[in-house]
Design a protein around this ligand. Structure first.
Ligand SMILES: [Zn+2]
Length: 218
């Protein structure tokens, strides 16, 4: 089975892609991993990417080239694409590429965040504090507890990232919704879209996706 996941932005680390790929026994292809490997190995694509990344986001053509390079070299018969495509132009280019390779997508899973889940994540993310002494010391106060004054790992001063305000985070979610909507409609028109609510743990979401796929005959 060949799948792509459209998922909420705050899920870059803890999404259900891993459990899902394992349950389906398909290769997980994460765009971020591909990019990091190119940069680490100093390939032509890696050098071009890191030069552009200093100034801003990667253009769609380069993103598609990185995906093309991977699919050409590894030619997987089954896979789960994670964090790609991220807009309508990338979706069109991906379809063209997969058509060329004779491995079109079977389904595209849209992990939708219900409004109350967006609000919960906005509150959670805006409560996040970072440690000035060590950026790897993250602090996410759990429900009902107050924000800490100092880092409980090293005692360093805690601060809120400038773009972590509620307004900014809500803005990030709505921009994400606005870019995902056309991709989602595009696949829905082709009868390939499966919409699943992204609530609960990554494993719970993965379980829900599996049932939905089974229901669609996979
Ligand atoms: Zn610290």
């Amino acid at each position: 089975m060949r799948l792509a996941l459209l998922q909420p932005p705050a899920w870059l680390r803890e999404g259900p892609a891993d459990s899902l790929a394992r349950a389906l026994t398909v290769a997980r292809i994460n765009f971020g991993d591909l990019l990091r490997a190119h940069i680490r190995q100093g390939t032509q694509l890696g050098l071009r990417s890191s030069e552009i990344l200093h100034r801003g986001p990667l253009p769609d053509e380069l993103i598609t080239e990185i995906v093309r390079d991977h699919l050409r070299r590894t030619a997987p018969a089954a896979f789960l694409l994670d964090h790609h495509p991220l807009n309508a132009a990338q979706a069109l280019a991906l379809d063209e590429l997969l058509h060329e390779l004779g491995t079109p997508l079977d389904k595209v899973v849209h992990l939708r965040l219900p409004t109350e889940e967006v609000e919960r994540r906005v509150r959670h993310q805006s409560a996040r504090r970072l440690c000035r002494s060590d950026p790897t010391h993250h602090h996410k106060p759990s429900a009902g507890t107050h924000a800490l004054d100092a880092c409980n790992i090293c005692g360093g001063e805690l601060y809120q990232r400038e773009d972590d305000t509620e307004k900014n985070i809500r803005g990030r979610f709505s921009r994400h919704e606005a870019t995902v909507a056309p991709i989602s409609h595009y696949y829905a028109r082709q009868g390939r879209l499966v919409v699943v609510d992204a609530v609960g743990t990554p494993d719970e979401t993965a379980g829900r996706v599996l049932s939905a796929l089974r229901w669609h005959g996979h």
